[in-house]
Design a protein around this ligand. Sequence first.
Ligand SMILES: [Zn+2]
Ligand SMILES: [Zn+2]
Length: 191
Amino acid sequence: MSTQKGNNTRSRPQKHQNKSSFKNSLHDTSHRTKFINNIQVSDVCTRCKDVIEWKIKYKKYKPLTQPKKCVKCEQKTVRKAYHVMCRDCGKKLSVCTKCCQSKEIIPAPPDQEEQLKLDKELQVLLQSLSERKRRTFLRYMNKKEKDLGETSEQKKDDLVKKLNELNVKDDSEFGDLDDDDDYNDEEDVSD
Ligand SMILES: [Zn+2]
Ligand SMILES: [Zn+2]
C-alpha cells in the first residue's frame, strides 16, 4: 500500500473527498450548538462580524454565562460574547460594540427586534389572563408556531386578537373558543 518502497506517485484519487463544506452541526446536534449556530451577529463592524462568525463556524465561540460590564456605561449590560460595549452605548456612539471603532455597523435584523417587541407585548397581555386561559392561549400559540409561511406581523396580529378574545369572553363561554376535542392533549405546554 502506501508504505510500498519507491512508489511515490498516487494512481488513485484521494480516498475521502469533501463532498460538502465544513458543517459544525454534522455530528453535534446539541441545543448548545443549535443555539450558537442561530446567533445573529449584529451591532458590530463587518470585520468583527467575520471574526465572531468564524468562531461560531469552527466551534470556538463561547457564550457568556452572565452579562459583562460595558466599557462605556460600566453597567453589566453586555450580553453577547466578544462584545465589549452594550447595544445602547454602541448605538448612541455609532461605534462597533466589539472593536469600538466608528465604522459601518451591522444592524440587528429587524425580525429579531420585532420578535423581542412581540414577546414583551404578548407577555403583558398574557399576565392579564387567568391561568386557564393562559394555558389555552399557549397551546394555540404553539400550534400557530407550526404554521410555516406566516409572517411575524400576521402572527402578531393573530395572537393579539386571540388574546383579546380570551380576555373578553368569560369562563362559561370559554369552551367553544376552539378545539374542544384536543383540550386534554398536550397537558404540558411549557417546554
Ligand atoms: Zn453601555
Ligand atoms: Zn469592530
